[in-house]
Every structure is written in C-alpha cells, then in structure tokens.
Design a protein around this ligand. Sequence first.
Ligand code: APR
Length: 324
Amino acid sequence: MNKSLTLPVCSKIPKVSIIGAGNVGKTLAQRVIEHNLADVCLLDIVEGLPQGIALDLMEARGIELHNRNIIGTNEYQNTIDSDVIVITAGIARKPGMTREDLLKINAKIVTEAAQKCFIYSPDALYLVITNPLDVMTYLVWKTTDLPSHKVVGMAGVLDSSRLQTFIAMELGVSVNDVQGMVLGGHGDLMLPLPRYCTVSGIPITELMDTVTIERLVQRTRDGGAEIVKLLKTGSAYYAPASSAFQMIESVLLNQSQLLSAAVYLQGEYGLNDIYLGVPCRLGCYGVEQIIEINLTDEEKRTLYDSARSVRDNINLALEQLESE
Ligand code: APR
C-alpha cells in the first residue's frame, strides 16, 4: 500500500448479535451478512454450534462476495457494542411438556439472555422472537433497564406477510401489490384486519367474497401450525427470519417503516402495561410512534381477548420467575 495515502475514517459497521443459533438464528444471520447489512455475532449455549455455523458462512464469502464478518461464540462479552440484539434462544415444546412448563423454561432462558446482553449493549434495540412472543417481549423489557421503545417483538410482520402471500396466491397477483395488516398477539390470538388489506390500493373486501377472505384469515391464523404439521419436527424459520431481517433493516438504515410489531402499550387501544402487536413506526430510535387505527366492536373484542390471554401468561411467567 502507498505509504503516503491517507485513509478516510470509516464509519462503524453496524453489529447485530443473535442469541440462539438454531434454525431462525442461523437463517437470519445468513440474511444479515449476505445482504451486507451488518456484522453478526451468533451466540448459543451449545459449544461449537455457533462457531461451526459462523465458519461455514464465512467460507461462502468467496462466492457470495459480501464484506461482512460473522463470529460464533458461547460468551456474552463478544456481543459487546451491538446495535441490535435478536433473541431466538429457547426450546420447543416436547411431548409430555405442558404450555406452562414451556413458558417457565423459555422465560428463564430469554430473561437471562437479555440481562447478560444488556451488560454489554445497553443502547441496542432488542428484537424478541422466542415464543410465546408477546410474553417474552414483555419479560425482556420488565427484567432489564431498557426503555420500552428499545424492546420490540417480531410477530406482526410475519403474520402480515403470511396473509399477503395467501391473498396474492388467491387473486393471482404479484405479492408486491398486496398490503396486509395483522394485529394482536402472535399465533391463535392474532387479529387479521381484512378492511385494512389492499391490492394496489383496492381493499380486498372489493375483490373477494367474505367466505374466501375468512378462509385466508384462518389459514394465516394457522400459518405456524400448518408448517409444524408438515415438518413434523421443528417449526417455521425462513419467513420468521425474513420478517426479523425487515425489522432490523428498518432500524439500522433508519427507514422508519410502518409495520405491525409487538410494542409496549401505555393507554393506546385502551390497553396498559402490555406488549401486543399493533402498527408502529420503527427506526434507529426504536419504536418511534404507535399508530392507533379505528377498530370495529368485534375487532376490539378479539384484541382484548388476545390481551387477556397475553396478560395471564405474563403473570404466570412473572410468578414463576419470582419463585426461583
Ligand atoms: N442460551 C443460548 N442459546 C440457547 C439457550 C440458552 N440458554 N437455550 C437454548 N438455546 C438455543 C438452542 O441451543 C438452539 O440452538 O436456542 C436455539 C433454538 O433453536 P431451534 O430449537 O432451532 O428453534 P428455532 O426454530 O430457531 O426457533 C427459535 O423462535 O419462532 C420462534 O417458536 C420459535 O421460540 C422459538 C424460536
């Protein structure tokens, strides 16, 4: 290199740490580096697993031709100075395990992970993916000193993407033209809003009959379960990873995308002290704005049912965490 060359000061490459190197974590890691979005630190409790995945992904750089680095680790200090922390760590429900057992185990895994990450990255945006999503997102906020606008759950983007896909498939149109909106809790508790779904600006209620719309809504509600049934072991991970990637991009590139995510409500929609999926603006500050849209009485009832179930599980998880 020419000695007299004065190199410009490089701005910091963004860093994303992903806790949990399972299917969602490793797929997301691949998306983030191969899109040149950020360097990645992939952490798992299993020794060798994140290191092996990271090395494999690094060795693809000669072909994928990106310039981002990925490291695999079992040590939280390697997550230092992250801009985004993604929490996917957890276990899946096993035969004989009750929902309460699973809640307790994942609550412990997720809160410990968040607290350890917080030591090294107190200013990061925390994106929670582990299920039950809304409950885990609340626990991350509750058990750290993070401000609520820096903790967000990934569900609405995934559920909306599923609905958009089904609408596009049904109408034979490009998914590019379809906008979908799904609120509420993740899973059975979601509230798809056909009134707010459009194809090139046309509400889908103008393009499909009620029976068809209800069928697509139900398939969206069962979206995760349909894939679990096909896979037999494990659950969906490509679409969850794509959804998380979209949210991270909105944060790191300060795009302020308006999307549906689990955010902390303080009076919005008449709900308090809960994380639930609603439309929000997501940028480098985190959750920049929560958008309140008009809901019919029936839609409100579904949202409140969803909130009640999330709250019951939050209380259960908090009791279990406190009793330890
Ligand atoms: N610390 C770090 N990693 C952990 C811990 C822990 N305490 N406990 C478990 N893990 C890791 C596991 O070793 C595993 O590699 O979390 C990873 C979970 O990966 P998978 O079982 O493959 O689950 P995945 O399909 O990636 O889903 C992750 O996202 O969509 C949700 O419901 C899904 O809660 C699940 C999460």
